[in-house]
Write a protein that binds this ligand. Structure first.
Ligand SMILES: [Zn+2]
Length: 355
């Protein structure tokens, strides 16, 4: 029988987390160096929103939506609570979950919001992801799991182009501050406490260094995609900043408290939002690749992004240790059927996947 994993006595992170160390009380170094997230407050948000209100304009801001819970809540909040004239933007990710697509349809209809959808040219997302997937299975490494998300690292330029086309000067995102996972940075030797703004360059440099160990990630035909990913990987990256000097980009949950119960309850009631019940989790089902990443992390690290995310919630006092352990036991299930769907969609043999 396998020896059960040791977990931090405070936050539940397992002993397999990268660079983890426990003190004599069994508390991990992630806990000891953790700093609670400080919100900027709703007044600061109101000031920014007011600056972009404009009776002459058709739209005052963009809200990016994926069909997942946080962006659904951002849409609801910005439209209903803050009464902004907004345009919803959705990247038609080829791996979007069916329920996420239904959610998008329902929420723009319920809130009577205009929606712009866009795709990437010439199946670049599928082909580049397929390449990275093959590379990963050749030499499985937890540090390279983020390469599975390369497709979504190149969409920021498109979003900024849409903002320019519609003369919109504010873009609002719904990412939450606890899901900037720490262990992924540790895998690339970037400090786990560094924030999104300051680490994107280091993260990407780390990924490039790791890629050099496995040349399959660096196939010449995909280098332009990697480069674009480097420039536009998020709203704060160098390409995004240079390309959008007059467009302000903010994260809703840097201002107002991210409250899981309130989010799920409001979007369910007010937007008919739902999640695939068989997954037993409302988090990150919107893109099917998430399940593949869970599989990859379980196989190489014995944990998933949920361990890291929930550990943060424990440190923030948002969940108890016991609640977290039982949720992880329920939610850290590998969904092989969905992973196989991805392989089939890409025309790959499912033999690579081990149970
Ligand atoms: Zn801990």
């Amino acid at each position: 029988m396998l020896k059960p994993l040791k977990h931090c006595s405070r936050c539940i992170l397992p002993e397999t987390a990268p660079n983890i160390a426990f003190d004599e009380k069994g508390v991990c170094n992630y806990c000891r160096s953790y700093q609670n997230f400080e919100y900027r407050g709703e007044n600061a948000l109101a000031r920014i929103l007011n600056r972009h209100r404009n009776p002459q304009k058709k739209y005052e801001c963009i809200v990016n939506i994926s069909g997942g819970r946080d962006s659904a809540y951002a849409l609801l909040k910005v439209k209903k609570d803050y009464n902004m004239k907004l345009l919803a933007v959705n990247y038609e990710n080829p791996f979007t979950d069916t329920q996420a697509k239904k959610n998008i349809k329902n929420m723009v209809k319920t809130l009577d919001i205009d929606l712009v959808k866009f795709k990437l040219n010439s199946q670049i997302h599928e082909t580049c992801f397929r390449n990275n997937l093959i590379a990963w299975f050749k030499n499985p490494s937890p540090a390279m799991v983020p390469m599975m998300c390369i497709g979504c690292k190149i969409i920021w330029k498109n979003i900024l182009q849409i903002a320019k086309r519609y003369d919109i000067s504010l873009i609002i995102n719904g990412g939450n501050p606890y899901e900037y996972t720490s262990f992924k940075k540790e895998l690339l030797n970037v400090s786990r406490e560094a924030d999104l703004k300051s680490t994107y360059l280091k993260n990407l440099t780390g990924l490039v260094k790791e890629s050099l160990k496995n040349y399959l990630y660096l196939m010449p035909q995909y280098l332009p995609v990697l480069f674009k990913g480097y420039l536009f990987s998020n709203q704060y990256s160098i390409g995004s900043r240079l390309y959008s000097r007059n467009i302000e980009r903010i994260d809703l949950f840097h201002f107002i408290r991210w409250d899981e119960k309130d989010i799920v309850s409001r979007i369910t009631k007010e937007l008919k939002w739902d999640y695939p019940r068989k997954l037993k989790s409302t988090w990150r089902f919107d893109c099917k690749i998430g399940h593949l990443k869970d599989y990859m992390y379980i196989k190489t690290l014995g944990m998933t992004e949920k361990d890291d995310f929930y550990a943060k919630m424990v440190r923030e006092g948002l969940m108890t240790r016991e609640e977290t352990l039982s949720r992880l036991e329920r939610e850290n299930e590998i969904h092989l059927d969905i992973i196989k769907e991805i392989f089939t969609q890409l025309g790959l043999s499912t033999k690579l996947i081990s149970t």
